[in-house]
Each structure stands twice: as structure tokens, then as C-alpha cells.
Design a binder for this molecule. Structure first.
Ligand code: ZN
Length: 306
């Protein structure tokens, strides 16, 4: 990302780069969604404006309000320069094994607390609202695992993945029929062919699906051929978990149960954009910035907001 390197250290360039990433087809007013070029003007350019000194402020002629590129986004109200946000975005977006707040704190020169909060805001941006996500189709592998630090209660995590496509991850309270059924209903199309291991919790909920095929892990069976020519396995889900666990193992002592859904979202986001270039992935994350304000209080509340 040559552009990012150039932008870093120059707030004006960083802001213009963020504007291009957020508004690739031209400036849009975040207050009224007016996108009419003629009705939006940089405030500095308006004759007689007393506010001309602050760059990056726009005036919307439709709603007569002012805004900057950060209004209505995860960056709103942050005192961290945009250049540092972009660098954090680049580092988190391209880190295959995630990034700890401690690493970010050292790499971009902000306090640990600020770095922690930036990571969480970026993860929150990478958490799409469930309704915005398409249901998984085709052959879908579903598997569960437990994550958590040694000697403490483990948290169940369910991964649901199209074999060649998208992934969803759900953190559940217990591995029960009810919770597995809810995760399946939210994420998987009833027309999908669902592959699981022989965990009894899947059997009843999956009666409503077109097909449920199983492999028996306790007998050492990891894949088996199906008469239709496909193979039954949960190997994709297991690769996903292997990567997920490697990503959180280093940072685990900083991850509490209530923040786990956001780590899972970050991970699923990177998995789901694994065929995109780093630049394309960053554009996609910025496209999710709007409508995602997250206050420090929200992140420290016991119940997760996502
Ligand atoms: Zn407006």
C-alpha cells in the first residue's frame, strides 16, 4: 500500500485518502445522504466563511449542516490522527494472525488503552449486522470448538462455512440443540447440504434442512465419499479453527468472553475476503465504517454490543 506509506505522517493526505476510500463515487452528506456534487462544498472554499481554517469540513446545501469524513463512522470523536487510524487499519486488515493492542501501541505510538480501543472499533467495523449477511448455501460445514485460557472455563465457538465460500462464526453459551439450531437458522439456508461430525446436538435441529451428512470423528473418520461424487467432511471448518486458535493464542490473556464475538468477526471478515488484495480488503473495511460508532463505555460494559 504505497498510498498508505505516503499518507502516514501527513494528516492532509491521510484525510484525502480516507475520503477517497469512504466516498469512491463522490462526497455524500452523512446527515441527509445528499450526494449532489453541486450542493456540497468544502467549507474553506465558501466566500466569507469564518471556519476556513479547518480543512476537511464540508457544508451540505441540502440540509445546511457541516460534516467531515469521520462523521457517523467509527472514527468520530477520536482524537487520534487519521494517519494513525489508516495505519492501524492497514496493520489489522493484513495481519493473518490478528494484532494485539500491545503490538499496535508500539507500532503506531499511541497509548496501550488507545490502541486497545482502536482495535475494538476496527473489529466492530468488521462486524456486519446479521441481517446484512446472505445465508450460506451449497455444501456447508458446521463444527464447534472451545477456546479459552488454561485453567478457566472454555467458551464454545461454532463455525459455519461454505466449502469454497463464506464463513460465519457464532459464540454460544453452551453446545446445546437449542443454541446450535439457532446458529444454523440464522446463518444457513434450509436448501444447504450440511456436513457435521456426530455431535448429537445437530441431529434434531438439522431435520429441517435438505440434507445432513456426518463424519464420525471418534472413529477416526475425517472424510468419506458420498454417492453424488462429493465428499462429506468438516475439514474446512477445522482449518478455520486451526487458524483462529493460532490467532488468538498470543493475545488470549487480553480477550475476555464478552469481547470474543468481535475477535471472531474480525477473523471471519479476513477469511471472507481472503481472495481480495490487501488494498481491496481495506476498502471493504472502510465501507463498513459508517453507522458503527462504538463508545469506550460500550466496550467496557459486561454484555457485548455485537
Ligand atoms: Zn445533508
Amino acid at each position: 500500500m504505497v498510498q498508505l506509506t505516503e499518507a502516514y505522517g501527513d494528516e492532509g493526505r491521510a484525510r484525502r485518502l480516507l475520503e477517497r476510500l469512504r466516498w469512491p463515487s463522490g462526497v455524500i452528506c452523512p446527515h441527509c445522504q445528499n450526494a449532489g456534487e453541486k450542493r456540497i462544498s468544502p467549507l474553506a472554499a465558501r466566500a466569507g466563511s469564518p471556519h476556513g481554517v479547518r480543512p476537511g469540513v464540508y457544508f451540505c446545501g441540502a440540509c445546511r449542516r457541516q460534516f467531515t469524513v469521520t462523521v457517523g463512522t467509527i472514527l468520530e470523536g477520536s482524537h487520534v490522527p487519521i494517519a494513525k487510524w489508516l495505519l492501524a487499519l492497514f496493520l489489522l486488515g493484513s495481519a493473518k494472525k490478528s494484532l494485539s493492542a500491545n503490538q499496535l501501541h508500539r507500532m503506531i505510538g499511541v497509548s496501550y488503552k488507545t490502541a486497545w480501543f482502536m482495535c475494538h472499533r476496527l473489529r466492530w467495523a468488521m462486524t456486519p449486522p446479521p441481517a446484512a449477511l446472505p445465508k450460506l448455501t451449497g455444501t456447508v460445514e458446521v463444527d464447534e470448538t472451545f477456546v479459552g485460557p488454561k485453567g478457566r472455563p472454555k467458551t464454545p465457538v461454532v463455525a459455519l462455512l461454505e466449502r469454497q465460500g463464506l464463513a460465519r462464526v457464532k459464540i454460544i453459551a453452551t453446545v446445546s440443540q437449542h443454541n446450535l439450531g439457532a446458529a444454523l437458522a440464522e446463518c444457513v439456508s434450509p436448501e444447504a447440504i450440511v456436513n457435521t461430525d456426530e455431535h448429537p446436538g445437530y441431529k434434531n435441529p438439522l431435520k429441517a434442512w435438505q440434507a445432513h451428512r456426518t463424519v464420525n470423528h471418534s472413529r477416526g473418520e475425517y472424510q468419506k465419499p458420498h454417492p453424488d461424487g462429493s465428499r462429506t467432511s468438516t475439514n474446512t471448518a477445522e482449518s478455520f479453527f486451526a487458524l483462529f486458535k493460532r490467532a488468538i493464542v498470543g493475545a488470549w490473556h487480553h480477550i475476555s468472553r464478552e469481547h470474543l464475538p468481535r475477535y471472531a468477526s474480525e477473523f471471519a471478515f479476513r477469511w471472507n475476503t481472503r481472495h481480495a488484495s490487501e488494498g481491496e480488503r481495506i476498502e471493504k473495511i472502510v465501507q463498513c465504517f459508517a453507522g458503527k460508532r462504538l463508545t469506550y463505555r460500550q466496550t467496557t460494559q459486561t454484555s457485548c454490543v455485537c
